[in-house]
Ligand binder design. Structure first.
Ligand code: 5AD
Ligand code: SF4
Length: 453
């Protein structure tokens, strides 16, 4: 019996790239039930909020959105257009599923990040009883085995989750509680997914994992693999011209992975390697298990292997006990690294994490002021990095049309957005572009002669 392909599914994704991947996979799971993805929530038959728990502000957004959805559901019902199903998925679902059911009666179903492969059965149940919750058990192997092999692709780039969870237990972070222990998918399962993507025209994959460089999925022989070996195997797949991975921990940056940056053309010269703080006292309190010096030593090795690599990072200001001197150590580390791009966050006290119970929480106005100073420095570094591209010719993978007619937007090897006129027909191709203008967040250029790149 085939279902009519007439039901509309709207998925809103919050948080990290892994959630983007999960949302695509939820759509893959629901497609056989007749759900087609829609980009508007109004009138949808099923709304899924794929949530993020990393900071308080991210988690609170869910409740605001649920308020809007309640109104939409009432309008749909009043119009005699049937019922709107409402699902909360992702890390907030995992962390506070019961609270969501209590606080937001509009929610039919709560499903954690390791259980969404069961959405079809759950949705069938929910038409009978509301308040179903499936969040608590971590079984990523079952999930990946149960997901459809077939992926729907929508452009020349794709995310591919290879590793989930975290055993590091940084004292500020909810991930070990929302995503569970480290789990790596078997090598063959990753390669099969990557081959399928390449066969559909994907030219660039970004391997995802909360600790992606700790990847140790089983090889066909039964041995443990490594990210370096996985990247080397992926680089051999026909059509996959670009490989990236994110996010990495400095302590798992092995020699073989560093060497791969110097050896593989397909491995893009961009690495997101968060450090979080520049003061060793704070790094210790964060349980990062590395120092500012050891982080800089890793960066130095990577730059020796691949001199043009763009380094990106994450920084937290206002961690409990952070003094002005500690913060200045952060600025000093940022100056020493010279980031191409770096995300900066004000520490957010997350219930249940060790840092939430630490004394000397930093007053909000102090953290706000430090964040502004850090951002001024990071903006300068990013702008200087972008400016250094002007006059260079870079291979750009065109991904989508731009805002102006005929324009296309792609990415440089360093992950910068690049806007080019008269390039729309080149979407899906890697083409040399001469960079003419550097903006704060992106570049603009013109098509160069093919020989030039
Ligand atoms: N407060 C602020 N930032 C956080 N991050 C993780 N947990 C917190 C928190 N409690 C940041 C870290 C991490 C990124 C994904 O989010 O910088 O690398
Ligand atoms: Fe948010 Fe972290 Fe969960 Fe990603 S893993 S969705 S960043 S809480």
């Amino acid at each position: 019996m085939s279902e009519p392909a007439s039901k509309r599914l709207y998925i809103k994704t919050y948080g990290c790239q892994m959630n983007v991947y999960d949302s695509e996979r939820m759509a893959d799971v629901l497609r056989p039930l007749g759900y087609a993805v829609s980009d508007q929530p109004e009138g949808a038959d099923l709304v899924v909020l794929n949530t993020c728990h990393i900071r308080e502000a991210a988690a609170e957004k869910v409740y605001t959105e649920l308020g809007r959805i309640r109104v939409m559901r009432e309008e749909k019902q009043a119009a005699g257009d049937g019922r709107m199903g409402v699902v909360v998925a992702g890390c907030v679902a995992q962390a506070e599923g019961d609270e969501i059911i209590k606080r937001a009666p509009v929610v039919d179903l709560v499903v954690g990040p390791q259980a969404y492969h069961q959405l079809p059965e759950l949705i069938a149940k929910v038409t009978r009883a509301r308040g179903e919750r499936l969040a608590a058990d971590f079984a990523p192997d079952e999930k990946f085995d149960a997901l459809p092999v077939e992926r729907h692709v929508s452009g020349p780039t794709a995310f591919l989750t290879v590793q989930e969870g975290c055993d590091k237990f940084c004292t500020f972070c909810v991930v070990p509680y929302t995503r569970g222990a480290e789990f790596s998918r078997p090598v063959e399962s990753v390669l099969a997914e990557a081959r399928g993507l390449a066969a559909k025209g994907v030219r660039e994959v970004t391997l995802l994992g909360q600790n992606v460089n700790a990847y140790d999925g089983a090889e066909a022989s039964g041995d443990r693999g490594s990210l370096a070996k996985l990247v080397r195997a992926l680089a051999k797949i026909d059509g996959l011209d670009r490989i990236r991975f994110t996010t990495s921990h400095p302590n798992d940056m092995g020699e073989d992975l560093i060497a791969a940056f110097g050896e593989l053309n397909a491995l893009m010269p961009y690495l997101h390697l968060p450090v979080q703080a520049g003061s060793n006292k704070i790094l210790r309190a964060m349980n990062r298990k590395h120092t500012a010096e050891s982080y800089l030593a890793v960066i130095e090795k990577i730059r020796a292997a691949r001199p043009d690599i763009a380094i990106a990072g994450d920084m937290i200001v206002g961690f409990p006990g952070e003094t002005e001197k500690d913060f200045e150590d952060t600025l000093e580390l940022v100056r020493a690294v010279d980031y191409a791009s770096c995300f900066s966050f004000k520490y957010s006290r997350r219930p249940g994490t060790p840092a939430a119970a630490m004394p000397n929480q930093v007053p909000d106005e102090v953290a706000v002021e430090r964040l502004a100073r850090l951002n001024a420095l990071l903006d300068q570094q990013r702008e200087a990095f972008n400016a250094s591209m002007v006059g260079r010719t870079l291979p750009v993978l065109f991904e989508r049309p731009g805002r102006h007619p005929g324009q296309a937007v792609g990415r440089s090897p360093y992950l910068q957005g690049v806007h080019v006129d008269a390039a729309e027909q080149l979407i899906g191709q890697i083409v040399p572009v001469r960079i003419e203008v550097a903006g704060k967040n992106s570049l603009t250029g013109a098509l160069a002669a093919r020989e030039a790149a």
